[in-house]
Design a protein around this ligand. Structure first.
Ligand code: CU
Length: 172
């Protein structure tokens, strides 16, 4: 099976990513790009036939200005959107948002049941052991490229995932 990783990044950038674990923290590398640290990025493994998935991570604004994540790109999906979960009519629902605010000094957690980077129309089934290439775009025009390892994630919001009309969005 072809790994999504093979779709990925220019050699120089890939070398940089591979070198990252040698640094004290991943934040050191990412902050070079945008004053934003990216930690613990991972993508949700999906069963066969599931066309969508999501990527989660922790973003820390280590710079001196408020920032926002305004878009993301990935070769792993036809469409990539920024999403959050909100309560509507007593039910937790996912919806698209324009940006994820990253105030100075704050740590913003993208996690199941909350903020996430939505992968819509997967180009390949995501299985543990694979990595999803992802580029984050910020409001100052800067970008951070990373590879998010695929992990199996147990549903954490059991009840919320079973709402009517949520079938297409199960598990995010
Ligand atoms: Cu979503």
């Amino acid at each position: 099976m072809t790994s999504i990783r093979s779709l990925a990044l220019p050699a120089a950038l890939l070398a940089c990513l591979l070198a990252t674990p040698l640094l004290a923290t991943r934040t050191v590398f990412a902050a070079d790009a945008a004053g934003i640290g990216v930690e613990d990025a991972y993508a949700r493994a999906v069963p066969p036939g599931q066309p969508n998935s999501a990527v989660f991570m922790v973003l820390t604004n280590t710079g001196d200005a408020d920032r926002a994540l305004v878009a993301a790109e990935s070769a792993a999906a036809e469409t990539v959107e920024l999403h959050t979960h909100t309560m509507a009519d007593g039910m937790m629902q996912m919806r698209r948002i324009e940006r994820i605010e990253l105030p100075v000094g704050e740590r913003v957690v993208l996690q199941p049941g909350g903020l996430h980077v939505m992968l819509i129309g997967l180009t390949e089934q995501l299985e543990p052991g694979m990595e999803v290439p992802l580029t984050l775009l910020f409001d100052d025009g800067s970008r951070i490229a990373l590879n998010a390892p695929v992990r199996r994630i147990e549903p954490v919001m059991g009840g919320a995932m079973h709402g009517a009309g949520a079938a297409g969005h199960m598990g995010h």
